[in-house]
Ligand binder design. Structure first.
Ligand code: ADP
Length: 496
C-alpha cells in the first residue's frame, strides 16, 4: 500500500526524539517504540520512549523555565504575539500536519484538513487573544481596623502536566496547551502512544515561533510509565487529562496525594433525542454524523439515539441504509471512514457488537471487521436497544449506532439521564417548548440542538457526573490555568 506522497515526504523530516528544554533528545534508556499505520497494522516509524528519568529531566527544565525563565515574566502582549505566530505556523504547515495525522490515526485526510488542523490553529489564535486580557479586580474594603483596598492577580500555576488521547492528536494537544501557555504556565505533555507524531512536529513549530526552551516539553511514551511519572512528579503543579474514566480516576488520585488541581475530560454515552415532527431524512443524516464522525472515536459521540415511537420504524430503516452506504477504506482515498486506531480498539468494538447480539439488540447492518487487513470496522446499526443492554451503558468508541425507542418527553429525559456519564447530548426537534424543556433537563456539559459535533474555541466543553471535572476551551478553561492572589493595601485614613 502506498501512503500519500505528502505523508511519505513529511516522514522524511519527522522528528523522532523526545522534546526537552527546546531540544530533541534520545530517551535516557535509549528505548524506542513503533508507530503503526492503522490501515495496515505495520510499523511506519519509530519514536523515542520516555519513562521516569526523562519525565524528571523534562519537569526540571519546565521548572527552570517557570521559576527563572522569560515565559511567565514576559508581558501578556508578547506571549500573545508568539502564540499568534504559532497559530500561523500550524496553518502554514497544514498540509503535512494533515497527512501525518491521517497516517498516525487513520482518519480520512479530508477530515484532518477540514477539522483537526484548522481547529488546532484556531485554538491557538483564540487563546493568543486572551494572553493580554487576564486581569484581576479591584475591591474596596473598609473595616474597624481602617481603610484598605485589595486587588487580585491571576497568576499562572507553574508546571502543568498534560496527558492526551489519540482520537484527535493535534487538536487535543491544542485544547490543553493553548490555555496553559496563554496564562504563562510551562508544560510537560505526553501524547498517546498510538499517535505521537504531530506532537513532535508541533514541538518544532514551538521553537520556530520563539517559545523559550523548557516552556514546553513533549514526551512520547506509555501511560503507566511516562504518564504515571508525570502524575507523581513533585515538580508538577497541576494535572490535566483527556481519556478514559478508568484512567481519569488514577490521575485524580495522584493529584490528591500532592493536593494539585486536576482537570479531567473523560468518557461519555451521550443521548441524542429525535422528536416526532421532524424531517426524518435530515434527522437520519444528523444522527449518523453524530455517531459515525471520526469512526465513532469521539468522547461526545451521540451513542444513544432515542427516536420517538411515531417515526421509529421509518427512522430505523433509513438509518441502516445510510450506514450501509458509508464509504470505508484507505484514509488517503475518498472515503468517509478509515480504520480504528489500533488492534485493541478493533477487538473491543467487535466484542461489544457480539455482546449486543447476545443481549437481543437487532442488528440491521454491519457487525463485522471490514476486510482482513488493518483495523477497519463495518458501520454498524442496532435497533431495539434497551436501557439495560451493555451497548446502551458503556462507551464503545467505535462505528456502532444504538437506536432506542421512546414515547413521552418525561420518559426520554429520565432515560437519557440514567447513566453515569454526562458529557454531551443532542436534540433534533422543531418544537421550541420541547427543545427548551429537554435542553434544561439533560445532565450534560453540552447540548447540541439541531446540530452535533460543533466545536468552537470560545465555547466551553466538559462533563457532568463521571464525564469529568472542569472545562476545556473558552474563557472557562483559563480558570483552570491560573490561580488568584489577593493583595491588600492599606490606605491613609483620608484617602478616598
Ligand atoms: P484509551 O483507552 O482511549 O486509550 P486511556 O485513558 O487509556 O484511553 O489513555 C489516554 C491517555 O492516558 C494516553 O496518553 C495514555 O497513555 C494515558 N494513560 C494510560 N494509562 C495511564 C496511567 N496509568 N497514568 C497516566 N497516564 C495514563
Amino acid at each position: 500500500r502506498a501512503i500519500s506522497t505528502q505523508a511519505a515526504e513529511a516522514l522524511k523530516t519527522q522528528p523522532s526524539q523526545l522534546f526537552i528544554d527546546g531540544k530533541f533528545v534520545d530517551a535516557a534508556s535509549g528505548k524506542k517504540f513503533d508507530v503503526l499505520d492503522p490501515t495496515t497494522g505495520e510499523a511506519v516509524f519509530q519514536v523515542a520512549e520516555a519513562d521516569a528519568a526523562d519525565v524528571d529531566k523534562a519537569v526540571k527544565a519546565a521548572r527552570r523555565a517557570f521559576d527563572q525563565g522569560e515565559w511567565p515574566r514576559m508581558s501578556g502582549k508578547q506571549r500573545g504575539k508568539i502564540l499568534y505566530r504559532l497559530a500561523e505556523l500550524i496553518e502554514q504547515h497544514a498540509e503535512e500536519l494533515a497527512h501525518i495525522e491521517s497516517l498516525d490515526n487513520g482518519k480520512p485526510v479530508v477530515m484532518s484538513k477540514i477539522a483537526d488542523i484548522p481547529l488546532s490553529a484556531d485554538h491557538f489564535r483564540y487563546f493568543a487573544g486572551w494572553a493580554d486580557k487576564l486581569t484581576g479586580k479591584t475591591i474596596p474594603c473598609d473595616n474597624v481596623f481602617g481603610k484598605f483596598f485589595a486587588y487580585t492577580l491571576h497568576e499562572p500555576l507553574g508546571v502543568v502536566g498534560q496527558i492526551i488521547p489519540w482520537n484527535f492528536p493535534l487538536l487535543m494537544l491544542a485544547w490543553k496547551v493553548a490555555p496553559a501557555l496563554a496564562a504563562g504556565n510551562c508544560v510537560v505533555l505526553k501524547p498517546a502512544e498510538q499517535t505521537p507524531l504531530n506532537a513532535l512536529r508541533f514541538a518544532q513549530l514551538c521553537n520556530e515561533a520563539g517559545i523559550p526552551p523548557g516552556t514546553i516539553n513533549i514526551l512520547p511514551g506509555f501511560g503507566p510509565t511516562a504518564g504515571g511519572a508525570i502524575c507523581d512528579h513533585p515538580g508538577v503543579d497541576k494535572l490535566a487529562f483527556t481519556g478514559s474514566t478508568e484512567i481519569g480516576k488514577l490521575i485524580m488520585a495522584a493529584g490528591a496525594k500532592r493536593v494539585v488541581p486536576v482537570t479531567l475530560e473523560l468518557g461519555g454515552k451521550s443521548p441524542l433525542i429525535v422528536d416526532k415532527n421532524v424531517d426524518v431524512d435530515k434527522a437520519v443524516e444528523d444522527t449518523h454524523f453524530a455517531l459515525f464522525f471520526n469512526h465513532g472515536q469521539c468522547c461526545a459521540a451521540g451513542s444513544r439515539t432515542f427516536v420517538h415511537a411515531d417515526i421509529y420504524d421509518e427512522f430505523v430503516e433509513k438509518a441502516a441504509k445510510r450506514a450501509a452506504k458509508r464509504k470505508v477504506g484507505d484514509p488517503f482515498s475518498d472515503v468517509e471512514q478509515g480504520p480504528q486506531v489500533d488492534e485493541d480498539q478493533l477487538k473491543k468494538i467487535l466484542g461489544y457488537i457480539d455482546v449486543a447480539q447476545r443481549e437481543g439488540a437487532r442488528l440491521l447492518t454491519g457487525g463485522k471487521q471490514h476486510g482482513s487487513k488493518g483495523y477497519f470496522v463495518e458501520p454498524t446499526v442496532f435497533a431495539d436497544v434497551t436501557d439495560e443492554m451493555t451497548i446502551a451503558q458503556e462507551e464503545i468508541f467505535g462505528p456502532v449506532q444504538s437506536i432506542l425507542k421512546y414515547h413521552t418527553t418525561e420518559e426520554v429525559i429520565e432515560r437519557a439521564n440514567a447513566n453515569c456519564y454526562g458529557l454531551a447530548s443532542g436534540i433534533i426537534s422543531n418544537d421550541i417548548n420541547f427543545i427548551n424543556t429537554v435542553s434544561r433537563s439533560l445532565k450534560a456539559g453540552t447540548v447540541w440542538v439541531n446540530c452535533y459535533n460543533v466545536y468552537e474555541s470560545a465555547v466551553p466543553f466538559g462533563g457532568y457526573k463521571m464525564s469529568g471535572i472542569g472545562r476545556d476551551k473558552g474563557a472557562y478553561a483559563l480558570e483552570h490555568y491560573t490561580q488568584t492572589k489577593a493583595v491588600y493595601q492599606a490606605l491613609e485614613p483620608n484617602q478616598p
